[in-house]
Design a protein around this ligand. Structure first.
Ligand SMILES: [Zn+2]
Length: 288
């Protein structure tokens, strides 16, 4: 897994006439320069897409972005790509700071309820309008079962959340992740008329097709490496990760293990790998 570790980007960056990126101020090994949140629209109440993880400095930073870039003092509705804390965690503080407003996302009740805020359900295909912008929600599960990407009609641009990142690759977590659905989501992105991608982390992507093809190739390569590891007699996820992710910082290995296991579950579903349990209750993988 490539990582965005150490990459930094300006806190506020205008990426188009309609789109301003505001960093969530939560840099780290998994978030790179921090989560990208976006002000979208030309009016005085731009939509806010994603909220960061809830860092104290974020609401004042957002206020500054609103003032300097939008001539505004508050955002309009909040849109959430998915329930992971680095995307939705800032929502409660924003509601306290700016007052009540709509927070819309695709439902995942078991996870949503942890936030104790009222949510407006958004379905696949839902249309959202604000000044000068029309967005279409597209359900893209795989990284998270509730993941929505948002297509900005005026720019043929896609806000991809964690489905596609500006640098590195995404983790397919065990809870709510699914490699088969993830690859299907990537292929559906390829079918869109797309000029650019606004990712959930990292820099703007201005060659979407090349990026998605690189992502698909990367997963294909990982799958080949996993099959080779099984052929070579490595049966545990831990040992596969050690071999395949040799060049990756060890701090990222637990996340890599989740992606490897997600690959294995896909291979199991396709009848190409099988798991068994040893006497100690350890899981082992082999060929079918
Ligand atoms: Zn995520």
């Amino acid at each position: 897994m490539d990582s965005m570790w150490g990459m930094s980007l300006p806190d506020i960056e205008r990426w188009s006439r309609r789109v301003v990126a505001v960093r969530g101020l939560n840099p780290g090994p998994f978030t790179g320069p921090g989560t990208n949140t976006y002000l979208i629209g030309n009016g005085r109440r731009p939509l806010l897409l994603d909220t960061g993880i809830g860092v104290d400095g974020y609401p004042p930073l957002l206020e500054r972005a609103l003032r300097e870039e939008c001539g505004s003092d508050a955002p309009g509705d909040l849109l959430i790509t998915h329930v992971h804390p680095d995307h939705m965690g800032g929502a409660p503080a924003l509601l306290r700071h700016f007052g009540a407003r709509r927070v819309a996302k695709f439902p995942w009740p078991a996870r949503d309820e942890r936030f104790e805020i009222q949510l407006t359900p958004l379905a696949d295909g839902a249309e959202i309008r604000a000044d000068g912008v029309s967005l279409r929600a597209i359900h893209m599960p795989g990284h998270a079962q509730d993941h929505l990407c948002f297509y900005l009609e005026e720019e043929a641009a896609l806000f991809t959340g964690d489905v596609v990142l500006g640098a590195g690759t995404t983790v397919i977590p065990l809870e709510g992740g699914d490699m088969t659905l993830y690859l299907d989501s990537l292929r559906r992105i390829l079918e869109l008329d797309l000029a650019r991608i606004y990712p959930g982390h990292g820099p703007l992507i201005d060659d979407p097709r090349a990026k998605i093809e690189e992502y698909l190739q990367h997963r294909e390569q990982r799958e080949t490496q996993i099959m080779e590891a099984i052929h070579a007699g490595l049966t545990s996820v831990e040992r596969m990760v050690e071999k395949i992710y040799r060049e990756t910082p060890r701090a990222l290995h637990p996340a890599a293990a989740q992606s490897v296991l997600s690959h294995l579950k896909k291979l199991e579903r396709e009848g190409r790998a099988a798991r068994s349990m040893d006497a100690a209750g350890e899981e082992h993988w082999g060929l079918t």
